[in-house]
Design a protein around this ligand. Sequence first.
Ligand code: SAM
Length: 316
Amino acid sequence: MRISVTDRCNYKCVYCRTGNEGALFGELPFSDYFRIARLFVQRGIEKIRLTGGEPLLRKGLVDFVRQLSELRTLSGKPLDIAVTTNGHLLAELAEPLKQAGLSRVTVSMDAVDPVKFAAITRVKNGYENVVAGIRAAKRAGLEPVKVNCVLLRGFNEDQVGTFGKFARDEGVVLRFIEFMPLEEGRVWSPDVVVPLDEILERMAAFRPLREIGHGYSETARRYVFDDGVGEIGIIAPVSHPFCGHCSRVRLTSDGKIRTCLFSVFDHDLAGRMRAGDSDAELLDFIDLVIARKEARHHIGEADFVPASRTMVHIGG
Ligand code: SAM
């Protein structure tokens, strides 16, 4: 389960936001997210990822993680709690988050080069902050620290090998994500996507890779370098869709359930809470919604209908 705790963001990545729009949707109090999380855990959820917008902008996040860490899965284990962040504020928050019970962190980073990084994020001095955040997360033991990179043709496809070296030097797991049509401004086209096969070719030019397969309901195809050092994953929803394996469910910052990134409508759980539904009634609603999870996305097909929200307002 992915919970977006805000759709505000302090970065304006060119492939995600126009830079003109701010937050579009509200935020729930953490007590509401907690009630929802508790209900989903009763239905078998074992992993919760906090995202946004930029989740570290939300005051009270550390206390929310502490609360979540007290929940137990159906088999009595602590939850696996992760955060996806741009890393800008991570250097100071890594240790408190770890102390509160966070299991691991994924940091988004689209270039290993301060100038390119600033051109993509449209924020000055971000690169230094993000690298400091990654190192602080490693020191705090938020392992494995994963680094997400979205490749865009003409922007950063030359960074594949550089990321390979960065991952080996810093001891982080890399995840390349194919660019999906989920951006504000709608600039996506198939030509901009750097597909899995090309990423593999570019990485092999840096150093050969060996595939190590992927588990059921895991979105990334995973590889290690020939000497066994480092792990690279490629999430390829465009060139190699994995919808049949997808077990993800998302909650937007304003409390709507989304059963697919490409859903054309969402399900107003928060509205039902405001109307006074009991836990049992909310669980019935959740069951109904999940049973109708979309079979697959239609990216690149003639009948593709854009999602009803863009990525920053869903929670990636
Ligand atoms: N602000 C946090 C961050 O930067 O990680 C969390 C939210 S951000 C929307 C989550 C992830 O989605 C980031 O790794 C970002 O690069 C990725 N992303 C954004 N738009 C995307 C798109 N159209 N296709 C694929 N990934 C995208």
